[in-house]
Design a protein. Structure first.
Length: 175
């Protein structure tokens, strides 16, 4: 019998000062059995950084042909493809053929090595590359509950998250 995902609910008061976006989002996030809380938190951060009406969480780990998040237009074309983690260059090359825009958010302890080893190939691809510092992602993951109320303020390259279990600031580095 296959393991089922664990469901998390997040109510996020989002203030994106860079985009003049101020709204509340109610998210239902499925944590895949092989996924860590840190990866789920990175997906939530990527969602909030790119919040728009048609942005959704996809099957991600469960389906290699889908992004972690994507936004489709009314014609069902992919406007934005977002991957979280350290994807292979071939995956991003394929994504850039399918979507108008591609963004990658890396976050774990081997992120620097992954970027260094693939940088020459990655920079040839039509994608934007970002990194969340691993210790900050771990600190935010430590605040996670099955039901969360977060207040998130985004300004320049900083994401300040206030949770019922503490406050965490996560910086965003463009690669």
């Amino acid at each position: 019998m296959a393991l089922k995902p664990t469901i998390y609910k997040a109510r996020i008061a989002l203030s994106d000062l860079d985009r003049n976006l101020y709204e509340s989002r109610n998210l239902t996030i499925a944590l895949h059995p092989s996924e860590t809380l840190e990866r789920m938190v990175a997906r939530i951060l990527a969602y909030c950084l790119n919040a728009q009406d048609n942005l959704i969480f996809c099957k991600g780990l469960s389906d290699a042909d889908e992004a972690d998040l994507w936004a489709r237009n009314l014609n069902d074309a992919i406007e934005l493809w977002i991957d979280v983690g350290e994807p292979a260059a071939e995956r991003i090359k394929k994504a850039s053929r399918l979507a108008k825009a591609v963004k990658v958010y890396s976050f774990n302890s081997k992120s620097d090595t992954w970027w260094t080893q693939g940088q020459e190939e990655f920079t040839q691809l039509k994608a934007q590359w970002f990194q969340f510092p691993w210790p900050q992602v771990q600190a935010l993951a430590a605040t996670v509950n099955k039901t969360m109320d977060w207040s998130m303020t985004i300004s320049e390259n900083s994401i300040f998250v206030s949770t019922e279990n503490g406050d965490v600031e996560v910086s965003l580095k463009a690669l």
